[in-house]
Design a binder for this molecule. Structure first.
Ligand code: PMT
Length: 337
């Protein structure tokens, strides 16, 4: 297996390390799904943020991607507003629903606060309360209802194992069936370094002298394997009844439609949302299979509809989620979407 470069999902999971905390995380998800199901909830799994690819087992260095988790965190809020229960499978320290409004450097939380010079009591600056109040209210309501379950990952390996575990719970015999939706907005690495070829400790450079097998004449050479496409087992094995929405990200706009159609033809799921890196906050395209639709390169028939940031709307995710909820309702009713 040491020089394997093409993995099926089976051979991937047979050879790559199972995260130590997996069983505990999946068990938490199982209990939560049972509770939400007993309350008659629809459940959406939202994946969010980028997966990292470690270069060392004792990880100091890793490859990463641009995703901050904006799409996922924002969409999760709108699903909650539509009364969905949300499993939020996200990159640790990426944006989270509600707290995303006051995160990091763009809008830091501390800037909302003021200190009374006499009593030292801390309060919210009155000029900020009207923005903060509705967000805080929703955050507290959702906490009280317990309808948001956060599941963090860091590496692509953790993501894949968790996605499998959570999907098998949602799609299993005691799962949520057609009332489940999968909203795969995470930016998942296509390449990884398998455990067998990963340095145990921090890769040494040693002033240009070869001190590690992957460093020669001061040059680091990485040979990475392809991550298997996880959509196939998701659709064919882990959840046969869930409504599955995948995303297709391109930087060349001319590839958006052909690649989205190709993904639908290949995996046979319900919807691909195509988005261009630079216009993703302004417009996306929904590509769905449809009898009588436009024939794609692979011979399948597709319906395409653009969703654009509407007048008076702040975030395109509001419209994306609104559209998805309609389609999911039709799906639950057993009709063709
Ligand atoms: O977080 P933001 O900054 O808001 O950015 C949001 C986003 C651009 C990341 C998001 O809208 C998005 O497009 N997410 C998917 C990015 C992506 O992985 O695209 P892709 O074309 O590489 O993959 C397409 C699909 O295949 C994805 O749904 C992914 O879940 C799936 N996939 C990917 C890799 C893999 N090994 N197996 C998979 O099944």
């Amino acid at each position: 297996m040491a020089d394997q470069t093409t993995y099926t999902t089976d051979s991937y999971f047979e050879t790559q390390e199972r995260p130590a905390s997996l069983d505990a995380e999946v068990s938490k998800v199982r209990d939560w799904v049972t509770t939400m199901k007993s309350r008659g909830k629809r459940i959406v799994l939202v994946t969010s943020g980028g997966t990292s690819v470690p270069l060392e087992k004792n990880m100091v260095r890793f490859l990463d991607n641009f995703s901050a988790g904006t799409r996922g965190a924002t969409s999760a809020e709108y699903f909650l507003a539509h009364s969905y229960a949300v499993i939020f499978l996200h990159r640790q320290h990426s944006l989270l629903p509600f707290t995303r409004h006051y995160s990091h450097s763009t809008h830091p939380f501390l800037d909302l606060l003021q200190i009374d010079p006499v009593t030292s009591a801390i309060s919210v600056d009155p000029s900020s309360t009207s923005d903060l109040l509705p967000i805080l209210k929703r955050h507290l309501e959702v906490k009280e209802e317990g309808t948001l379950l956060s599941v963090p990952f860091v590496t692509v390996n953790e993501y894949l194992w968790l996605l499998k575990g959570v999907s098998e719970v949602m799609g299993g015999p005691n799962g949520i069936g057609r009332k489940g939706m999968f909203y795969l907005a995470a930016a998942v690495s296509d390449f990884f370094l398998p455990g067998t070829r990963m340095s145990e400790h921090k890769i040494q450079s040693g002033n240009g002298v070869a001190t590690d097998s992957s460093v020669e004449n001061g040059r680091l050479t990485l040979s990475m394997d392809q991550v298997p496409k996880i959509l196939r087992p998701l659709v064919e094995e882990w959840t046969k009844e869930g409504y599955i929405v995948s995303f297709k990200l391109e930087t060349d706009p001319s590839l958006l439609l052909p690649k989205s159609r190709a993904a639908l033809s290949r995996y046979g799921h319900q919807l691909v949302i195509g988005n261009d890196l630079h216009r993703r906050k302004l417009e996306v395209v929904f590509v769905e299979p449809l009898a009588g639709g436009v024939a794609g390169e692979e011979g399948g028939k597709f319906k395409e509809s653009w969703v654009r940031l509407g007048e008076g709307k702040k975030e395109i995710e509001e419209e994306i989620v609104e559209e998805l909820v309609k389609r999911h309702t039709t799906w639950i009713d057993g009709g063709k979407v």
